[in-house]
Design a protein around this ligand. Structure first.
Ligand code: ATP
Length: 303
């Protein structure tokens, strides 16, 4: 039995499909990163899986049962801006959530507050919390009833690097306990250290489903970004455009350009042939994120 299944899950708003026939299955205990730029359809997919909105067609299943259904009692969610009662303390907010769900022992609240490093702050009212504190409290709330599945929408949104690392550590510890986690992000770098597998979504469609290392290999092979300099910057740009490329200006005499791997070796020769004096040509220290964005943009282009 899969922990989470999406079968041709679709959500339309008017004529546009925010999520378009997305299918995937997550095995118990997996940590899967749900990656996509803003507006790609991550939140909408997670909302459908959490039973917060109905799909236009297709279905979501959690722990074998169709959503909405009994499986949802075993799910912890953190979707969109966490909402709390602002005039209640963090601890009282957790108590209230525990009461609503039922079956949560009192000691669990202390244990979780300590786990997310909120034991002191839990005495303060939530209205005085920073975004980072709210995110931590939301994670504690999602874990109250020892869920078997966690659906997390950008849980590190708005956090500083220390906060991001702490949430990542928390999630790793939770996953060690066998919890299945589907966690969305629009930044690959934020989840690459946490997940084993990536689902990438772009314009409502799934464009990649596979292990992180395969995504990285595919990104490496997709295109090479070159940083070039020449004695005459404008001539360099003209020559690159003349070769059918789309360079970006980099300083007065430089350019950045994406080239297919097969063509990369010949690029400088082609430029020299076009009369440009190239003074520097090196592969740009391209981070994974840029390459990922180029990949999803290429895949989402209508063919
Ligand atoms: P973000 O990272 O910005 O939250 P996302 O990947 O989570 O992005 P969604 O929030 O799922 O993306 O939105 C996907 C698309 O669906 C967007 O174009 C959005 O404008 C549209 N959309 C989402 N909810 C609604 C709604 N209630 N009515 C109309 N359009 C909507």
């Amino acid at each position: 039995m899969h922990a989470i299944t999406a079968s041709a899950l679709t959500k339309r708003y008017g004529r546009t499909a925010a999520v378009d026939a997305v299918s995937f299955a997550v095995t118990p205990g997996e940590i899967v990163g749900f990656l996509g730029p803003n507006g790609a359809g991550k939140t909408t997919t997670l909302r459908m899986l959490a039973g917060l909105i109905r799909p236009s067609s297709g279905e979501g299943r959690v722990l074998g049962s169709r959503v909405p259904g009994p499986g949802l009692r075993e799910v912890g969610t953190m979707i969109e801006e966490p909402s709390f009662y602002p005039y209640m303390t963090g601890r009282d907010n957790l108590r209230h959530a525990a009461l609503l769900h039922g079956g949560v022992e009192a000691a669990r609240i202390d244990e979780l507050l300590e786990f997310v490093k909120m034991d002191d702050a839990a005495r303060k009212r939530v209205k005085a919390y920073s975004q980072g504190m709210r995110q931590r409290l939301a994670l504690a709330r999602a874990l109250l009833w020892r869920p078997k599945v966690l659906l997390l929408d950008e849980p590190t949104n708005g956090l500083d690097p220390v906060g991001i690392a702490e949430i990542r550590e928390n999630l790793r510890a939770v996953a060690k306990g066998g919890v299945t986690i589907l966690v969305s992000s629009h930044i690959l770098g934020e989840i690459e250290k946490l997940v084993d597998r990536i689902l990438a979504i772009e314009k409502g469609r799934l464009v990649f489903d596979g292990p992180l290392d395969r995504l990285v290999a595919r990104l490496d092979a997709s295109a090479v970004r070159y940083a070039l300099r020449a004695t005459d910057g404008p001539a360099l740009l003209d020559a690159l455009r003349g070769l059918g490329l789309q360079p970006e200006l980099a300083g007065d005499d430089g350019a950045l350009v994406d080239v297919d791997l097969e063509r990369a070796d010949d690029l400088v020769r082609e430029l020299v042939h076009a009369g440009v004096t190239v003074t520097e040509a090196r592969r740009h220290e391209d981070d994974l994120e840029d390459a990922y964005l180029r990949l999803v943009q290429a895949d989402a282009r209508p063919s």
